[in-house]
Design a binder for this molecule. Sequence first.
Ligand code: ATP
Ligand code: MG
Length: 423
Amino acid sequence: MGGFVRDALRGCPPDDVDLATSSIWTDTERVITEAGYPVEETGTAHGTVTAIIDGCRLEITTYRTDGTYSDGRHPDSVTFVSSIEDDLARRDFTMNAIAYRPERGLLDPYGGIDDLRRGIIRAVGEPLRRFDEDALRILRGCRFASQLGFAIDDATRFAMWKDKTKLMGLAPERLTVEMTKLLLGDHVHDTLMTCGDILAGFLPEIVAMEGFEQNSKYHIYDVWEHTAYVVQNAPATPLCRWTALFHDMGKPASAFTENGCRHFYNHPDLSVVIARGILKRLTLPHRLCEQILLLVRMHDVHIEPTDRSVKRALVRLDNDVDLMRALLDVKRADALSQEPHFGAVRLENVDALRKTLARVVEEQQAFRLTDLKISGHDLIEAGFPQGPEIGKVLREALDAVIDGKVENERAALLAFALDRRGA
Ligand code: ATP
Ligand code: MG
């Protein structure tokens, strides 16, 4: 059903298997239990149970149609229906409204196979009505365009655009899931360029970026197109792609023009403010949000490829080597999306930083307090009183080690600490 048949027809492994049946869920559950397989009651209010067969989870749902989604979260009601045709009519896009029946083959009442073959995303039935029922379909349409590289049919696209502000009323968790999938898509640059006006229905912050010229020797694209390229060029992880989306959002507000050239001093700080506002409206995990904001803030900081600068950057990045690798990935994507001559210089810097980082890690050089060869305990033994001074002196000792002024060695560190005491 639905996504499973779509993915199978495209020759891709589906990520979930959905079955539809005319039997009510209690009967389905009984039959599967009698056959000796475990069943979970995963969504019985809308007719779904999940059977676990040879480790594979099969979602089995009674044929149904959905009512409206007035809270943007759950259908207000579901009505169980007796035919698969009626069930397919509630599906969002033609390519998702194809059923496979083991004995009779494919059932494709809306021309989904043809649309799949031609690479077209088309609403089932009357687009505006379908988006009024559930506005998430608008974002799902953009998400499929990004994942599959398909074009959106004109009438469907017009309705998406017309109904776009309904996206604001949706449950934040639904928006978050779909937008993350959109950002991870293989064709995300094209989708951001063609669907920016639609996404503005819940991300109005992007409008200021669209068409905002950079008038700078470092750039050949406006802020939005540059952003679309950086997202595309960044690795497909939520951390890198969300960071890429946000990294230059502060540019329009920070722009300053001098002799016809635009400068964007401190734009990352404004990007952070805007990104924080967007993240508050969504439901990405708290830790991920903090990491995204940290990378947005750091994306334009120049780091020399020396051991010392890399370790200093690591301290600013929560001592997190993976976070530093992600920062370098974003910097690389940023450089690839700039004027090629300047971009090449920045790419060289990123490559050198990668090598330095690898060496710092390989040689187990000290950049965390826990890497120091003395601890707070040692300082207490040496006569320091319990209290904040211990942490302060240890941080100073770490700085001195990073700067190469003190050996990371017990006696030298103790001498340094005693010297700093009360300073
Ligand atoms: P994926 O599994 O890749 O995220 P999918 O299309 O399979 O994409 P699911 O959430 O698994 O998405 O939904 C399974 C099927 O249910 C879809 O293929 C579609 O037929 C239908 N469907 C899902 N969400 C909606 C919706 N908001 N409106 C209408 N039909 C939907
Ligand atoms: Mg699916």
